[in-house]
Design a protein around this ligand. Structure first.
Ligand code: COA
Length: 186
């Protein structure tokens, strides 16, 4: 059954702040095993899985909303601060995320995509939760990301994770924030 837990365990706005991250992760994994759900994980991208990552595609309608993974991976190579990660459901790669530490506890999540055939199964939400959890473990305080105004799926997903509108860029891109305000160039 292809369901990832909508684990809100690491999202303070949902009122589970008394669970430590370690307990939350252990609980999530245990529930996934009990209910035979896919275990979603983030794994590094290297020469063994880079090609597969570049073949992942969003839907035709979504193509203008996010750069192709091959381009994002190229960008990551020229910007060593960027951390590209593959999203796996059990042992199948279903998506891609990329974040970047900006200093002073500020992080940007530059990419989050789930392959078209694996969307609407909870993988995007779980991938974001895991990314946020990683960032918190690295001392992240405020996370920024952005998306096109017509991207309602992204907007709904991010708002459900506690992100709030930060500002609108001159090109119309909407910037959301999780955490207190920090002044940075995104
Ligand atoms: C945004 C994206 C990552 C969501 O991935 P996903 O695995 O399909 O999402 P999930 O199944 O985890 O759904 C999580 C929430 O996202 C929202 N959502 C996802 N797809 C949606 C859609 N087609 N329409 C409206 N809301 C949607 C919903 O709020 C959903 O929660 P719900 O199921 O409780 O309603 C995916 O649609 C995608 O890859 N889009 C193209 C790339 C992109 O736009 N990335 C973000 C901007 S960079």
């Amino acid at each position: 059954m292809a369901i990832a837990i909508g684990g809100t365990l690491t999202v303070p706005s949902k009122g589970h702040e008394r669970l430590t991250p370690g307990v939350a992760v252990a609980l999530t994994i245990r529930l996934q095993i009990i209910f035979c759900m896919n275990i979603v994980s983030l794994r590094p991208i290297d020469e063994t899985n880079e090609e597969v990552c570049a073949t992942l595609r969003v839907t035709e309608e979504q193509a203008g909303l996010i750069a192709p993974n091959a381009k994002s991976l190229e960008w990551a190579k020229t910007n060593p601060n960027c951390v590209p990660l593959a999203v796996y459901a059990d042992d199948v790669m279903v998506g891609f995320v990329m974040y970047e530490p900006r200093g002073n506890g500020i992080f940007s999540i530059h990419r989050c995509m789930i392959d078209a055939k694996n969307q609407r199964q909870g993988f995007g939400r779980r991938a974001m939760e895991l990314t946020i959890e990683r960032i918190r473990q690295l001392g992240g305080i405020t996370i920024y990301l952005s998306f096109r105004p017509e991207n309602n799926a992204a907007r709904r997903l991010y708002e459900s994770l506690g992100f709030v509108k930060h500002e609108i860029e001159p090109d119309g891109e909407i910037v959301y924030r999780l955490g207190p305000v920090h002044d940075i160039a995104y």
